[in-house]
Ligand binder design. Structure first.
Ligand SMILES: Nc1ncnc2c1ncn2[C@@H]1O[C@H](COP(=O)(O)OP(=O)(O)OP(=O)(O)O)[C@@H](O)[C@H]1O
Ligand SMILES: [Mg+2]
Length: 352
C-alpha cells in the first residue's frame, strides 16, 4: 500500500452548516506529530474526498471534521445520518468517541456502536469475547511493564504488538520474538513508543486471510476471501503483514503483489473461514461492515487475529486496500460499496 503523506491528512475540506439534513461524513483529523506512523490510521484527503464523491451520487453531503468542534457542527448541520469514518482523537476508546456523541445527539450513523468499536480497538478485550464464544484466537498476555514481563510465561515464537493500534502500527519485521531477550526488547519498544501495554501473542505460522463483510442479518454478505500471500514478501523477512509490508515495501512504482482474491483455498476451508467470520460479526455485535483478519495455526485451524469494524478504504486499487478489493471482486465499485454500507445503516434504522 502507498503510505499516506502526513501533510495530505490535514485540512479536510469543511462546508458551512446549513441545517439541511442529508448525509454528513465524520472523518479523521491531524494531531501533533510524534512518530513516523502517527497518521497511518487516518484517511488522506484523497480518501475523504472519494467517500464524499461516492455518497454525493445519491445524497447531499456535508463534511464534518472529527475534532472537539464536531458536536457543535453536528448540531448546526443536523444530518439525517452520518457516514462515520472517524478514527477519533486520542486514547484507547478513540474510535468510539464520535459514535458516542452521535448516540447522545440521537443522530443515526453507519457502522458499529461505541461499545463494539471500543472493544475491537482493544485487541485483548476482543479476544476475551472470542474466547468466551470458543472462536479460536491465539493465546496471549497483556504486559504493562518489564517487571510484569518477568513473571509471565510466554511461549516462543510470539508476536509483540501495541494493544490498541491499527494499520500495523508498531508491528515490524522484528515483532516476532524467539527468545526472552527479543521479547523484552520488543515489549520495551512498544511501551516506549506507544505508551500503552504490549499484547504478546502466540505466533500463528500458517496462511493469512482477511475477510470483508457487508450488511446485517438477514442480508449479511461475506465478500470473497483475500489471502495475504506472505510467501511473496521480500526474501529473508519474517512472515508478517507488518508495517513495512503494508506501507514501505509495497509502493505504486514497485508493488509487492501479495494479494489473492478470491483466495485459492479448498471449499471446506473457505466454508469454515466464512462461518467463523459470521460468528465473529455476531458475537462482537458488528453492524453494516467489518473486516476480519485470520491466520491458520500449526494444525491448519483458522484463528482470528483481530477485527476492524472501521475498515481501511483507500480508493485507488493500486493501493491494495483489502475491503474495497474484496468488494470489487463481489461486483461492487468503490462508490457502490460505500452506498451499500450507507444503505445497510438506513435499513437498520428504518429511515429509508
Ligand atoms: N498472533 C499472530 N501470529 C502470526 N501473525 C500475526 C499475529 N498477530 C499479528 N500477526 C501479523 O501481523 C499483522 C498485523 O497484525 P494485526 O492485524 O493485529 O495489526 P493491525 O495493526 O490491527 O492491522 P490492521 O491494519 O488490519 O488494522 C497481521 O496481519 C499478521 O500478519
Ligand atoms: Mg489487522
Amino acid at each position: 500500500m502507498k503510505k499516506e503523506n502526513a501533510d495530505e491528512v490535514s485540512n479536510h475540506p469543511r462546508s458551512g452548516g446549513n441545517g439541511e439534513g442529508g448525509v454528513a461524513v465524520a472523518s479523521r483529523t491531524k494531531l501533533q506529530e510524534t512518530r513516523h506512523d502517527t497518521y497511518a490510521e487516518w484517511d488522506s484527503e484523497t480518501t475523504i474526498l472519494a467517500v464524499k464523491a461516492a455518497l454525493a451520487e445519491r445524497h447531499s453531503v456535508t463534511m464534518i471534521e472529527a475534532t472537539e468542534s464536531a458536536p457543535q457542527r453536528l448540531l448546526e448541520v443536523q444530518p439525517d445520518i452520518v457516514f462515520n469514518v472517524a478514527e477519533g482523537l486520542r486514547g484507547a476508546s478513540r474510535e468510539a468517541q464520535i459514535p458516542a456523541i452521535l448516540e447522545m445527539l440521537g443522530i443515526p450513523y453507519t457502522g458499529s456502536d461505541p461499545v463494539t468499536l471500543g472493544i475491537c480497538l482493544d485487541k485483548a478485550r476482543a479476544k476475551e469475547i472470542l474466547s468466551f464464544h470458543k472462536i479460536p484466537t491465539p493465546a496471549f498476555h497483556v504486559i504493562s511493564s518489564l517487571e510484569e514481563l518477568e513473571h509471565s510465561s510466554v511461549e516462543f515464537p510470539s508476536v509483540v504488538k501495541p494493544l490498541h493500534e491499527g494499520s500495523s502500527k508498531g508491528i515490524l519485521d522484528s515483532s516476532i520474538v524467539r527468545s526472552r531477550k527479543e521479547l523484552a526488547d520488543q515489549v520495551q519498544r512498544v511501551l516506549n513508543d506507544y505508551a500503552e501495554p504490549a499484547l504478546v501473542e502466540k505466533f500463528l505460522p500458517g496462511r493469512e486471510f482477511t475477510v470483508a463483510l457487508l450488511g446485517n442479518d438477514p442480508s449479511l454478505v461475506v465478500f470473497p476471501i483475500v489471502e495475504i500471500r506472505l510467501d511473496k514478501l521480500p526474501k529473508n523477512v519474517n512472515p508478517l503483514y507488518s508495517y513495512e509490508a503494508k506501507w514501505v515495501w509495497d509502493q505504486s512504482d514497485h508493488p509487492v503483489e501479495m494479494y489473492d482474491c478470491p483466495a485459492n483455498i479448498e471449499s471446506d476451508l473457505e466454508r469454515r473461514i466464512k462461518e467463523i467470520c459470521i460468528n465473529v460479526f455476531h458475537v462482537l455485535r458488528c453492524r453494516d461492515w467489518t473486516r476480519i483478519d485470520l491466520r491458520l495455526d500449526e494444525n491448519g485451524i483458522p484463528n482470528v487475529i483481530e477485527l476492524n469494524p472501521l475498515p481501511g478504504i483507500l480508493p485507488n486499487p493500486d493501493d491494495h486496500s483489502c475491503y474495497p478489493m474484496a468488494a470489487r471482486k463481489a461486483g461492487f465499485s468503490y462508490n457502490a460499496m460505500l452506498n451499500a454500507v450507507l444503505d445497510a445503516a438506513i435499513v437498520r434504522y428504518g429511515i429509508a
